[in-house]
Design a binder for this molecule. Sequence first.
Ligand code: ARG
Length: 462
Amino acid sequence: MLKMWSGRFTKGTDERMDDFHSSIHFDQRLYKQDLAGSRAHVRMLAACGIISETEKEQILSGLAKVEQALEAGKLSLHAGLEDIHMAVEHYLTAEIGEVGKKLHTARSRNDQVATDLRLYLREVARQVQDRLVQLSRVLIDRAEAESETLMPGYTHLQPAQPITLGHHLLAYFEMFYRDLTRVEDCLERANYSPLGAGALAGVTYPIDRELTAQLLGFTAPMANSLDAVSDRDFVIEFLAALSIIMVHLSRFCEELIIWSNPAFGFVELDDAYSTGSSIMPQKKNPDVPELVRGKAGRVFGDLMAILTVVKGIPLAYNKDLQEDKEAFFDAVDTVLACLEIFIPLLSTLKFNREKMRAACNEGYLNATDVADYLAKKGLPFRDAHEIVGKVVRYAIDHGLRLEELSLSQWQEFSPLFEPDILETVQIEACVAARNSLGGTAPAQVRAAVKRSRELLDKFSIK
Ligand code: ARG
């Protein structure tokens, strides 16, 4: 077909060229944003006297018809149309005739596509935030119910100190809450209008960029036309935020995978979110957490793709930038899909409190508490550490837990040990004692639950 830009050409493009350079098969996803941008643009053109009121009305009603037809799937979005921007203009002109050709006055696809993408980011960022809030609520509820549940805390995946499960879960709340605010930060910076930047240098018409910015809910017009059409840092920043969400989800998933191994047995995933094996009848596999963990790599890849696309292109617009969209969309789809499945997975899984408590009996989780006990009696911590190391060695050799040592056994290692050491080494006591701000004691967890709920309540998604 004849291109909208065919004036200076003497022949049409090769059909392989159409397939190669058109983006309509993926950017049709932006049709709503594109229509919104066009409506604002047309209103502004009329307000500034660049087109007449009648022309504005004709174009607006034509755009409404194009929208309906698009939604009904009645319009063919073939490669010859190139992209969604050209498609809308093409069908608008087919609908209302010559006046449709005025839509593109004082505009370029370069400022148009940048506008569409920012509008799109605004919409999907809200969806991501909405899922993060839901996930956070589930986390807080579950943490509250497990504020006294004891489990081993690990460093190097080796038993370290006893903690409460509620505390562990709230660690993830903190991460996801930061993610929520990180997305908010992206939104704040992304919400500026490129419209009116034209192809690269601004336009020769008396346009009102403030008006289009305002009509589209942008904070303000972007200050520099070259920047407006050629940077995609808002996509990069958003994908970086999405990547961090995936890092957090993936770590959580890794833990669920480990915890659901029978050797741990800390959790059982609900049957609704597990799968079996085609050959081993006994299997119950944590496919969902594994897939989320795997998809993290995919989102990082999308981020890397966009970084790489943008890094070498001279100002201003270059066609390379068309490659931003698929990575952007893929990252968004992936993160939303992961959050959507992870929320019910988390709300339905069962924690096995007995197994967690039993695991606290292994690994000498209370050794630090004994060192602290001696240090509080005036022994330098380093010396206390040395003595307790010897106690642990003794206990390992005799197959004993520290809770099983008698007072006289303790006193063989130091005269500072008194009868209260027998209580000090109880796992419950160790956890209750870590009552410092942000610590694992049930009292801290309950306070953190309250604080977390307040933070979420204060966070409103616009
Ligand atoms: N489909 C193009 C993109 O996604 C739209 C902008 C085209 N601009 C141009 N000068 N060829 O980037």
